[in-house]
Structures are given as C-alpha cells and as structure tokens.
Write a protein that binds this ligand. Structure first.
Ligand code: FE2
Length: 188
C-alpha cells in the first residue's frame, strides 16, 4: 500500500497523482470494506485513493432549499460515512468535531472552509481561509481548532464526510449568546 500522504497546515490533503490506477477505490462498497479492514491511522491514505463521482451517490442525494442535509450512508463503531448535500449560499455555524477525526472528500461544487482558533476570551478568531473543490480532500480535528464550511459560486455542492469514530456531539458557536454550546448530533 502507498504510504504517501501530504497534509498542509490548512488540512487540505494534496492530491497524489502517483497512485496506480488499480489502487484507486471507485465504489462505496469497496471503500467501506477497506475502512473496516484498515486501522484508523491508514484512513488518510485510503481516502486519498478514492475516485468517486456524484453518480455513485444517487440513492443518498437529498437537497433541501435553503439548507444542507446530512445523509447517512454507513455507521459502525469505528467510523461513519455521511453525504452532505449543500444548497447554494449555505454556511455551517463554527463547530468542533467531538474529539473525532474528520475527512471530507469533495464531490461537486465549491466550498470555502474557514479555520478558527480561540482568542484569550474563548471567542473564535479566524486563522485561515481556503477553497475546496471537486475531488479534493480536507482533514479536520479538534487539535486544529474549529471550522465553518459554506457553498460558493451560487452553486449546490456535495461532499462525503468520513468520521472516525462517529460523532455524537460537538461544540457549536452561538452568535446570539457569543459562546460555544454543546450540541447532540441527531441521526436522520
Ligand atoms: Fe465540520
């Protein structure tokens, strides 16, 4: 198995074009089997071998106007896969990841990710901003701080989220109360 995985400070995993074609993972079932077989420490490498397109997710796609939807593909003790369908001009609140690791495989559209750290008053302070588009991969965990994602270019977007382990709760910044609150994540 290929060992190479390059993650920048922003969490974007640089594409590795050296992957031989037979090593690419091109269907969801094979991806789930690989996640079950491998240690979590290898997940970054597995995800960098993904070659999936929106048509692979037809049965899970569910857009709602003015919102984003979380659509469960698979969930077990070690990991979960969620397809997020984003309407245009949608932004998540600033949030953490419940102590878990999160990889995002971007399938379609363009998302802007903003990373935040906490200032001395425990308020989020913008650290960096970057754009992610189709077939790029980004990574996030609580050691990197907090983030938001929003759709760009007046287009809908699709992204596959891989969490290890599944996320049950996270911290979400409440603009009205100007502080983070703990939120349970409901399964749809
Ligand atoms: Fe997130």
């Amino acid at each position: 198995m290929r060992e190479k995985e390059t993650t920048s400070e922003s969490g974007v995993i640089e594409p590795d074009n050296d992957t031989p074609l037979p090593d690419l993972i091109s269907n969801i079932e094979a991806f789930i089997e690989a996640l079950q077989a491998e240690e979590v420490s290898s997940y970054g490498n597995l995800i960098s071998r993904l070659k999936l397109s929106p048509s692979d997710f037809e049965q899970y796609i569910n857009f709602e106007d003015g919102s984003y939807t979380r659509n469960y593909i698979h969930r077990e003790e070690k990991f979960e896969l969620i397809l997020i369908c984003w309407d245009c001009n949608i932004e998540t609140p600033i949030h953490s990841h419940g102590g878990q690791q999160c990889w995002i495989y971007h399938l379609n559209g363009q998302l802007e990710e903003q990373l935040f750290e906490l200032d001395n008053n425990n308020q989020p302070k913008l650290k960096s901003t970057h754009l992610v588009s189709s077939n790029s991969i980004s990574y996030m965990d609580d050691k990197m701080g907090f983030h938001t994602l929003k759709t760009m270019g007046n287009q809908r977007a699709l992204s596959l989220h891989i969490y290890a382990s599944p996320i049950c709760q996270c911290k979400v910044y409440c603009n009205d109360r100007q502080r983070f609150i703990e939120e349970e994540i409901a399964m749809d």
